[in-house]
Design a protein around this ligand. Structure first.
Ligand code: GLC
Length: 821
């Protein structure tokens, strides 16, 4: 044996030893190897490789699915995450075979299989390697566990994977997918509440995605064990992953969300300010909170009720001692322009005579023990049972319970504890051998078949998603033309179709404030754009400055909800005195004025999956490699860049402004940034355009949040309102910031029904151009037949010595306005 081959063999054995969770057992271990029995198909290839049968298919342009099985045939196809309609039969697939390799391509992405060992390499059409199986380590199985090894280029970065709490780039880290009630989580705590086994790899500005469609406990190791490879695997289930080509990160996210679905356009009120605590009661306290907002003129849309509004914490009940006139309260708050969202956890108290329990038992809707009895676990109400959400019938039963709330005019539902959290077990969830039933409809099984039984190992990570699916579909059934607003804590890939989410029980600390960025940005990369965190922190009481800074930042987060736990000090915007209140009011007002931009951006997100809150690398792939950049500043929509002061005691810090022209959002003045031209030459390999990089030093005072506008943006704003239930009085304001690719748009509709799907919406695009005298702004012909609230448009052009404004009448037709500067 040559030295080199010996080293490889030695390394291979050590890897097997390192990675096998069970002791290595020759009889139980299997791996890929030489290729045989190649069978071409219209969409790809099936072949044998060592002990495995492999199927490689192109399911839609740029998306290659790779399935492995150790069985003789593939099991019936199924997925909780992938929507069947995402498979496009029209993709033209070419297959070529030579003596050494097999190739499958759609003309864009190429998957090459080495005949000698079954190694799969993905390249673009000119041969750049995007992702490759490691040359020395085959895909391996030990019992039911499997692991896949990939080469790990020295500078490659890895983003996504849900709500991870460390730096957004996972390189050097290993993470586990196992939904966990992680109260008290800290930086690096893992696993957390969600399991989204999807990541974006980024090298030299070129991105690809990988989605492991497997609900068992899985793990991803990006060089923690070895810098020679990265690896992923699961403790059971199918080895079934999707390679998603880019090269732009936006393309990857678009393609991933075309597979697993996108967040439907939320109701407008869900973008307003939301106030929560564990818990507001009695009724007089809730009314007082609502009145405070209105008398202090702090805009707000939603008040949330946490578990204490229930009778003995039983879902679908009201504690009448605390809330004697609950229905009237909901109505009165509605008259004040407030929507109410109530918590409703997935567990059902085990209590004969309690309707949901009796009905659920009669319908056989609950999860079971291996001996066939109902599984009972302790949660807030005491002994509780859990709907078997992987059965369509159980979801229907559960979803129909929400009539209790819709009859009362409750707007939204908050499904918490759905990891599922169960008290008194060290791992805080139900035993792994609890029995779940899964029907074909739930898992999109093809060919369909009878209900199958499985255990919690397979269902754990997906139970929360099926819980919010039940709620979402139940609300839709009850109010077919209202967009449901559902909030979930646990999730699996695809849960973005049903519910918004938040980052669970954070703390009132600067550390957790700082973690707002990586956690929420990675959720966006993971196809989960409608997310927020507890503004002010859940556990503990924030010092005044921290709450102020958090309320400032929250104005530029997708969901803007202040929440805290029981026993903490009051955390509403007015606590801490008039100076803090004034700053906080100003930022909440800014949020409301910005709503047309936010809603327009989110409407785009609902069509593309590209998140509202985006990491730097999503807009500027090559900049993703700047040290720490993805955790320090971010884009809010395409045109705003937010760079908060995230440390209590930091000295002035540097903000990177990609692109040639930037404006200060607050003053409208052009930013004089220092250009850092060297970036391009040092780091670019020419695959993506490198922006010019400017940088400025900032030292924001307590009332300042650095926010910048891309030169070339046209941002729609509206007059101040106190709630989205109010019609804005005055013109639509268009703020024009001249620069390259100058454009913008506004989208609006009735804000709460699905009528927009029938063309009842309003969309208008804008452009601007520099002329010899100044700037010309063009408003395009409107799309859709909805009549928006404004009758006038107030155009303000920045960039000259002073901003210049013009008023135009509202028109659906194209209009042009020129201003001299
Ligand atoms: C969980 C939730 C928290 C909620 C509490 C009581 O800890 O994460 O947001 O307030 O339960 O329902």
């Amino acid at each position: 044996m040559t030295k080199n081959r010996f080293c490889k063999a030695f390394l291979f054995i050590s890897i097997l030893v390192t990675f096998s969770i069970q002791p290595l057992n020759a009889q139980e271990s299997s791996s890929t190897g030489a290729v045989s029995a190649v069978q071409p198909r219209s969409d790809g290839l099936t072949f044998r490789s060592g002990d495995a049968l492999i199927r490689l298919t192109i399911v839609r342009p740029g998306v290659v699915r790779v399935r492995y099985t150790l069985a003789k045939m593939f099991p019936a196809d199924h997925s909780f995450a992938v929507i069947p309609e995402s498979v496009s039969r029209d993709t033209k697939v070419q297959i070529t075979q030579s003596a050494s390799v097999l190739k499958v391509t759609d003309g864009d992405v190429v998957a090459t299989v080495q005949r000698s060992n079954g190694r799969i390499v993905f390249t673009d059409k000119v041969g750049n390697v995007l992702l490759a199986d490691h040359p020395n380590y085959p895909v391996t199985w030990h019992g039911k566990e499997f692991r896949v090894y990939k080469t790990m280029p020295q500078l490659e970065q890895y983003f996504g994977l849900g709500d991870k709490s460390d730096a957004s780039d996972h390189r050097g880290n290993a993470v586990t997918m196992w939904n966990t009630d992680a109260f008290g989580w800290q930086q690096g705590t893992d696993p957390l509440y969600k399991s989204i086994p999807f990541f974006v790899g980024l090298l030299n500005g070129r991105a690809y995605g990988l989605f492991l469609d497997n609900t068992y406990k899985s793990s991803f190791d990006f060089g923690k064990e070895s810098s020679d490879f990265f690896s992923f695997g699961a403790t059971g289930g199918d080895l079934n992953y999707y390679f998603i080509a880019g090269p732009h990160p936006k393309q990857v996210i678009e393609r991933y969300t075309s597979l697993t679905g996108r967040t439907p356009l939320p109701a407008l009120y869900a973008f307003g300010f939301q106030q929560c605590r564990y818990s507001y009661y009695p009724e007089s306290r809730v009314r007082q909170i609502a009145n405070e907002f209105r008398t202090r003129k702090i805009p707000a849309d939603v008040i949330w009720l946490d578990i204490d509004y229930q009778q003995g914490y039983k879902p679908f009940t009201i504690n009448r001692e605390y809330f004697p006139h609950f229905e009237q309260m909901v109505k009165d708050l509605g008259d004040q322009g407030f929507k109410m969202v109530v918590i409703s956890d997935l567990h059902i108290k085990k209590e004969a005579g309690y309707k949901p329990y009796d009905e659920g038992t009669a319908g056989d809707h609950f999860i079971k023990n291996p001996d066939g009895s109902q599984y009972v676990g302790k949660v807030w109400p005491g002994d509780s049972v859990f709907p078997d959400f992987t059965l369509a019938s159980a979801r229907k039963f559960y979803g129909s319970q929400f009539k209790f709330f819709t009859d009362m005019g409750i707007a939204g539902i908050w499904n918490d504890m759905n990891e599922p959290a169960v008290f008194r077990y060290p791992d805080k969830t139900m035993p792994l051998d609890t029995v779940h039933r899964v029907d074909s409809e739930t898992e999109n099984r093809n060919p369909a078949g009878p209900i199958r039984k499985t255990d919690h190992r397979e269902i754990h990570n997906v139970l929360g998603m099926e819980n919010v699916r039940a709620t979402y579909e139940g609300l839709l059934q009850l109010r077919p033309n209202e967009r449901p607003f559902v909030m979930t804590r646990a999730a699996f890939a695809g849960a973005q179709r049903y519910a918004a989410t938040w980052t669970g029980d954070n703390q009132s600390s600067w550390l957790h404030f700082r973690l707002s960025l990586p956690t929420l940005l990675n959720l966006g990369v993971s196809g989960y754009p409608f997310a927020g965190n507890d503004v002010g922190g859940f556990d503990g009481s924030p010092v005044p400055d921290l709450l102020t800074r958090w309320i400032e930042l929250g104005a530029f987060l997708p969901i803007y909800r202040d929440h805290t736990t029981n026993g903490t000090r009051d955390q509403e915007p007015w606590v801490h005195g008039p100076e803090h209140e004034a700053i906080r009011r100003h930022y909440i007002e800014t949020r409301y004025r910005l709503l047309p931009y936010i809603y327009t951006s989110m409407e785009e997100t609902s069509r593309t999956g590209i998140p509202l809150m985006r990491a730097m690398f999503v807009e500027h792939p090559l900049l993703g490699r700047m040290e720490g950049i993805n955790d320090k500043e971010y884009f809010f929509g395409r045109d705003l860049l937010v760079a908060p002061k995230v440390l209590e005691t930091v000295d002035p810090y540097e903000v990177i402004l990609p692109g040639p022209v930037w404006y200060d959002y607050w003053t409208g003045k052009k930013v004089e940034a220092k250009q850092r031209a060297a970036w391009d030459k040092e780091h670019s390999v020419g695959v993506a355009e490198t922006p010019m990089v400017g940088s400025i030093k900032v030292d924001p005072k307590l009332d300042e949040l650095p926010v910048y506008v891309r030169g070339g943006a046209i941002l729609p704003h509206e007059p101040l309102i106190q709630t989205t239930a109010e019609k804005p009085q005055g013109p639509l304001e268009l703020r024009v910031y001249p620069g390259p690719d100058c454009s913008g748009s506004v989208y609006t509709d009735d804000g709460h029904t699905f009528d927009y799907k029938q063309g009842h919406y309003f969309r208008q695009s804008f452009t601007c151009e520099a002329t010899a005298q100044g700037v010309t702004v063009k408003l395009g012909k409107a799309e859709g037949d909805y009549t928006p609230w404004w009758t006038q448009v107030h155009v303000t052009v920045y960039g000259g010595t002073e901003p210049v404004s013009r008023d135009l009448p509202f028109s659906r037709e194209a209009q042009t306005v020129s201003v001299e500067q």
